[in-house]
Structure formats: structure tokens, C-alpha cells
Design a binder for this molecule. Structure first.
Ligand SMILES: Cc1ncc(COP(=O)(O)O)c(C=O)c1O
Length: 435
């Protein structure tokens, strides 16, 4: 695939001052003391020698040519301003819509990167004997499943039986060999079963999203540069939740390298506030804040950690649906809650907060924040026509049919404009002329 050189916008320099970095906004959570980095550095050597590569991005021309494979549709997700939920706030918030990846989550990037990294190492070869294996309950599993299908592998997955039937069905539909473990055994059960399968079959290759350098690198090479390009270098804050931490670590590192004043702000659910309290806990925001330190997360990047009660994150999802027409998952509600906290601060007047919305809402229809609408939908009353009402209803229907006219001819079309669009076909199209 052709890659294009990304023009780097000129950085507007913004230096941290003690006031701007720590001052009045110590409302909630944890803030990095000025000039001192907290938290363990990631043990991964993932970004040596990548500076050059990161400035080269795939051309953002996906919408005007036919892609070669669904794997080519990963990344270059749009970023869009929030309008109503931020009305009147001093700061501005733009949302990076990771739900617009092929299988609706940021994990499509990670999954493709994990598989292609194993291919680069020669551990996976399309058509070869080795096949990918992952213990996962979430979007990474779904990402790996479709990438495996597209590339001709058979994914094996372990997953707790308590997870939703929709998720299980989606994985099975994509051809995954799915092994369920008891929910009471938690992640240990998933890992034990995965290790067992690995021992039984030496051709299974663990993709290891919590340890793989590729998980961080892909966000350094794609997500960060995309934000930099889309915001034309105006980004002041990067806000994200973290599960493996790949997104926030990779994108945050890239953005800080371009503009050291960019603040990286993590958001965690109050009930599982591991970074702010040192003590995690169960919470309903799927995919984030596992309550442990993992190699793919570099906490020293965090300038601040914000918290929000999970219930408020869920309410934020509802507001985004009704006020912005945005249908996102709970971790997006949590991250956007944090972004709005930042944009509300008077000292952030005119600042641009870019927040990652990791996934689409439809995957959570049977769980918070959307399950209540499924319940409501099931209970909606149904209007049944009575025998007396039926003749009138038929007459209304007939009138409707009688009034239906054929569509008018398509007039006033700007033929030149349509031709200009049609001729703007990228020469990266996989179709050869005459095909
Ligand atoms: C819904 C959702 N949000 C956020 C994340 C966090 O992404 P990362 O693992 O890159 O920190 C995940 C990760 O699985 C996720 O599934």
C-alpha cells in the first residue's frame, strides 16, 4: 500500500509553568508534581529508532478508492468536535472516533499490529501451521478474530462464560475456536486455559497484548500522528482511559515529542481508581483500568489522572447519544467525562482537548450503559387494531398508496461537480484499468 509523508504542523511552543501545570486545577485525582515523573516506566523497548517511521503515514484516501483488504481500513479515524455537551465551556473538546475502525474499536489497530508483528518475526505465516491464541474478553479478541479471518488464520480464544452471548456469537461467526472458563476463576482461569491449550498444541502463538511492544508502537506510529495531523498541531491535552495502556502510552509519547507542553491525562473509574489510590476494585467500565501495572503502560507520561464515578460515565454516554448523536461505549463516556472536566477549567480557555473514544455503543446493548433501553424496548406497549378499526386503517393505507407518485426526474444536478468527484480516484486503487 502506498504511504504518504505526513507534513508535520509547526509546533506552537507551550511551556509548563508551575501555575499551569499544577495550580488551581487540583480538583480531583492525581497530578504529576512539576519536573518529576511518577510511576514505573514501561519495561518495553518499543520506540527506539521509530521517529523517522512515525512521520510516514498511510495516505488518508480511504474514502475515495477501493481498498485491497479490510485490514487496509484500520486507522485514520475521524476526529470531531463536541458541540452541545461542551456549550459555554472555556475549553474545546474533539473526540477521536475509534468506533469507525472496521470492527468498531481502537483494538482493531492493536489486533492488526499484534498479528503483523508475529508475521514479521516469522512466528505466523498466512497459510502456515501456526495460529494465533489470546486470552481475552473484549475488543482485542474481536479485533484478532476478524484480522485472523481476513488473513486466513484460525484464532483460538479463551473467555469467561459470563460474557455476553453477543460477544460469543460474534467470535463464533468470525470462525474463532472459543473456550469458555468459569467467571469465578477470573483472568487466572482464562490464562490457565490458554496456557493449557498452548501446551497441547505447539502451533498456537500467544499474541500477548499486555506485553507486546507492537501494542504501544502502533499508537506511536498511527494514533498519535493522526491526532497531530488532524488537530494541525493545536492539541493541548490528550485524554484517554487505559486498559493495556497501549493507546495512551504510544499516542501520548508521540504527541509529547512533537510539543512537550501537551498534557497526557488518564481517566479511571472512581470504583477502580488504582492510579489515584493505589488500590483498584471491580467496576462496570469494560476494557479499562484492570488495577495492575502492565508493561504496555508508561505511567510516567501521565500529567494528571482524573476520576469519575462509573454511573456518571454511563450518563455521559446517554447525553452523547441524545445531544451529539454519538453512540459510544462506557469507556468513551468515562474518557469524555474527563475531557469535559478539563475543558470546564477557566485556565483552559481556548485550549484544545483531544479525547479518545475507544468503541461503538452497539457492542454494549446488553450491558451498561445501554441495557436499560433494551429492557425499555421489550416493555414498549404494542397497539393492536380492533376489528372496528381495521376498515379505517385499510382506507388510510389505500389513500397513502394512491398518493404515492413516481420520483421526479433528477434535475439540477451539477454534472461537472459529479464528474470531478468521479475523476478524483486515487491511483493507489487495487483495480487495474479495464478491470
Ligand atoms: C472499550 C475499551 N476501551 C478502552 C480500552 C483501552 O485501550 P488500551 O488497551 O490501548 O489502553 C480498551 C482495551 O481493551 C477497550 O476495550
Amino acid at each position: 500500500m502506498a504511504s504518504a509523508t505526513l507534513e508535520r504542523p509547526v509546533a506552537t511552543s507551550k511551556q509548563d509553568t508551575p501555575e499551569s501545570a499544577n495550580g488551581a486545577r487540583q480538583q480531583s485525582g492525581w497530578k504529576r508534581p512539576v519536573g518529576k515523573l511518577n510511576g514505573p516506566r514501561t519495561q518495553l523497548e518499543w520506540h527506539d529508532g521509530l521517529i523517522e517511521q512515525s512521520s510516514k503515514l498511510r495516505a488518508p484516501d480511504l474514502r475515495n478508492h477501493i481498498a485491497s483488504s479490510v485490514t487496509d481500513l484500520v486507522g485514520w479515524t475521524p476526529t470531531v468536535m463536541l458541540n452541545k455537551v461542551t456549550a459555554g465551556l472555556p475549553g474545546r473538546v474533539a473526540v477521536k472516533m475509534e468506533c469507525l475502525n472496521p470492527f468498531s474499536s481502537v483494538k482493531d489497530r492493536t489486533a492488526l499490529a499484534l498479528i503483523e508483528d508475529l508475521e514479521r518475526q516469522g512466528k505466523l505465516i498466512p497459510g502456515g501451521e501456526n495460529q494465533p491464541l489470546e486470552m481475552t474478553s473484549g475488543n482485542t479478541g474481536i479485533g484478532l478474530a476478524w484480522v485472523a479471518a481476513a488473513k486466513g488464520y484460525k484464532l483460538t480464544c479463551t473467555m469467561p462464560s459470563a460474557y455476553s452471548d453477543e460477544r460469543k456469537a460474534l467470535l463464533l461467526a468470525l470462525g474463532t475456536d472459543l473456550h469458555l472458563t468459569d467467571k469465578l476463576d477470573g483472568p487466572a482461569g482464562m490464562l490457565a486455559r490458554a496456557s493449557e491449550l498452548e501446551e497441547e498444541n505447539p502451533h498456537l502463538m500467544m499474541t500477548r497484548q499486555f506485553e507486546a511492544a507492537a501494542n504501544v508502537r502502533v499508537h506511536y506510529q498511527q494514533t498519535g500522528p493522526e491526532i497531530w495531523s488532524q488537530s494541525q498541531g493545536r492539541v493541548d491535552f490528550l485524554v484517554a482511559t487505559a486498559g493495556t495502556g497501549g493507546t495512551i502510552t504510544g499516542a501520548g509519547t508521540f504527541l509529547k515529542e512533537q510539543k512537550p507542553g501537551v498534557e497526557v491525562v488518564a481517566v479511571e473509574p472512581l470504583e477502580g481508581a488504582y492510579w489515584t489510590t493505589g488500590c483498584g476494585g471491580p467496576h462496570p467500565v469494560q476494557g479499562v483500568s484492570p488495577g495492575l501495572d502492565v508493561p504496555t503502560l508508561d505511567r510516567s507520561l501521565f500529567d494528571e489522572v482524573l476520576t469519575a464515578p462509573s454511573a456518571e460515565a454511563m450518563q455521559m454516554c446517554h447525553r452523547l447519544a441524545r445531544e451529539e448523536g454519538m453512540f459510544v461505549g462506557p469507556s468513551s463516556g468515562l474518557a469524555i467525562h474527563g475531557a469535559i472536566q478539563l475543558a470546564s477549567r477557566p485556565e483552559n480557555e481556548g485550549k484544545l482537548v483531544v479525547v479518545i473514544a475507544p468503541s461503538f455503543g452497539e457492542r454494549y446493548l446488553s450491558s451498561p450503559p445501554w441495557a436499560q433501553f433494551m429492557e425499555e424496548a421489550r416493555k414498549l406497549p404494542t397497539k393492536l387494531l380492533t376489528e372496528e378499526e381495521k376498515p379505517k386503517a385499510m382506507a388510510v393505507m389505500q389513500q397513502f398508496i394512491d398518493k404515492t407518485k413516481p420520483l421526479p426526474p433528477l434535475e439540477n444536478i451539477d454534472v461537472n461537480a459529479a464528474a470531478a468527484v468521479a475523476s478524483n480516484v486515487a491511483d493507489t486503487s487495487p483495480l487495474k484499468s479495464g478491470e
